[in-house]
Design a protein around this ligand. Sequence first.
Ligand code: AMP
Length: 272
Amino acid sequence: MARVRLLLLIYLWSDTLQFDDLGLDRRLLSLIAHRGFEQPTDIQRQAIPVVMAGKDLLASSKTGSGKTLAFLLPAMQRVLRSKPLSRRDPRVLILAPTRELAKQVYGQLRMLTSGTTHKAALVLGGENFNEQAKVFRQYPTFVVATPGRLADHLKQRNVSLSGLEMLILDEADRMLDLGFKEQLDSVNDHADHRLRQTLMFSATLDHQQVTEIAAGMLKSPKRIAVGEAERLHSDIEQHFVLCDHLDHKQALLEHLMNVNVHKQVMIFTATR
Ligand code: AMP
């Protein structure tokens, strides 16, 4: 009985952890307060202590859950509190599947690095390759990149990952769905040393390729699942509309837009 009570207490306590309880550097705490964030989100409560303890992490959580700060805060903590393995190589590399997501991560990272001596670089596909090569020569502490472009820079030896301390894969499932397995393997091989900590975030952990790549890249990871990424929102009704060909799809879409008067419509597409 006493044990059950103790477990309940620990559970309730972990549920009410505040930013101040996480052991974060006071510079980070003041940035968080400045942004007006009063409480850590679930994923931040669960992931930050694991990452600060130096463990590898395999986490599922949705965009909007606060997952970006769940990895950026402990990454910044490590950079602020420990000596680099190398003065030249990036210490933290964050890979994201799309330019848009990489830009969002970079935006939150800049909030943390501003006012420090640590540089952050954004390396995206579709941008000037030579300019990016120059950015690597300024020895950024953090690199946020899309996998294809980073793999190209590795091939050209524009950057070395021998001193990388943290490899973070954001939306790993999407990177794999987009066919980036080979590029992820290449990054893994270039940063292959025992001191590296690896964090993998994915909308779902129930994804065969995620399981496979996690087995190859993570060392005894702690698994965290926050919310069920695939659970449907109760206010949203979903319809699946079959169509025969592209023209039919276009006609159906126009029809759907005309039969109801919508104030706002969002359309998601598979490719750019
Ligand atoms: P993300 O899931 O990382 O894309 O975060 C979604 C949004 O939540 C971002 O705009 C963050 O700035 C914001 N956010 C992150 N952590 C917190 C927090 N603890 N409290 C309130 N908002 C937050």
